[in-house]
Design a binder for this molecule. Sequence first.
Ligand code: HEM
Length: 377
Amino acid sequence: MGDIVPAPWGGYLINSYGLCDRILRDRAWRVPDSAWRARQGGGTRWGAPSSTEMGRTLPALNPPHHTRVRRSLGNMFDRKCLGGLAGTIEGHAERLVDRLAEELRGGEADFSTLVSEELPMSSIGGWLQLPPSDYTYLRELAHDQVFTQELLPSASQLALSDSATVQLESYFRALVQERRKSPGDDPVSRWLRTWDELESDREAADEAVYLLALLVFLAAPETTATLLSSMVWLLLEHPRQLGWLRAHQEHIPEAIEEVLRYDSPNHIISRVAPEDITIGDVTIEKDRMVHLMVGVANHDPAHFADPEIFDIRRKASHLSFSGGIHYCLGAPLARMEAGTLLSVLLRRMPGLRVSAPPVYAPRVGFRRIMELRVVEP
Ligand code: HEM
């Protein structure tokens, strides 16, 4: 369709890898922040309560506000943190594969529900030290909340998202108050200590930490669950490559990158033009939204040789974790979860097969695999 295509609902779709990469790295381009959302009008999707609340979180902040908040998080998943989490994540993966094996004894099982949806929730929930009895409730809310971040959410989807946002708001506000009362060695307590130094006003510090907890929670489970199911689907669909990987497990990281390239969990990243900008023969007016179609850009033939071929040895870069100042802070955790799960599966389930193609939710922004039926003959 071309590198820049007018979107039927306004704005532009940016399809080429080079342009998406350039816009992500260019600090002049802005994310749709609270002020931009307010300018679109209360009657639009941008005025929905779920959108307004998302407009206050890290991915919707522009510098200098973004710089300050991002700096407060530091490198969340550095080597030390990942080293501390490795054993726990491996334990979760082993336990979930035990459960999968149990179910498979009775015939088919749904890999997505049993494993992909559970591992990211246990990992982020454990890291934030949330009670495991809350996981099911929180996961359901996360599934509904992301509608507000979809490309064109319907009124009923927005209503679901608004309701989920209200519930998540009260959950994470209560969590912050609880950690205020009894601080510990957990991320929320650490953020409170950081923000007490940055803000003289305690309420402002609590507000900043609530928004961090909400966002980190929302960013993690959906995206990572989709990565895990896509990884299993794509590798089982390519048995020769899977066989090679079993014999060369040191290449697991490259296989995960190829899964991320081939079917990115998020297909769209949005930016707005800081002023009138001309790219080629198209002028994008100030404040106009562009949709960076990263799922498409990851298949750009101008950037990748044979992009439609799934090849775990290709060692190519991708835009699935974004780029520039908003680059995903959870990428190391997502990669570790995928790598750990894959090692456990390679060791314990050599006969695993897919029995039906995955069932996808009808979404384009946040992909979601609702069902991935597997057998182990
Ligand atoms: C496969 C899994 C994941 C994918 C594909 C993914 C993708 C993304 C993308 C595309 C963005 C940038 C959006 C933009 O540029 O506007 C982003 C930002 C972010 N992600 Fe992830 N993510 C994943 C997992 C995680 C996890 C596990 C966490 C946390 C535990 C996380 C935390 C964040 C945060 C905090 C940001 C905001 C960064 C900023 O705006 O400065 N993500 N992610």
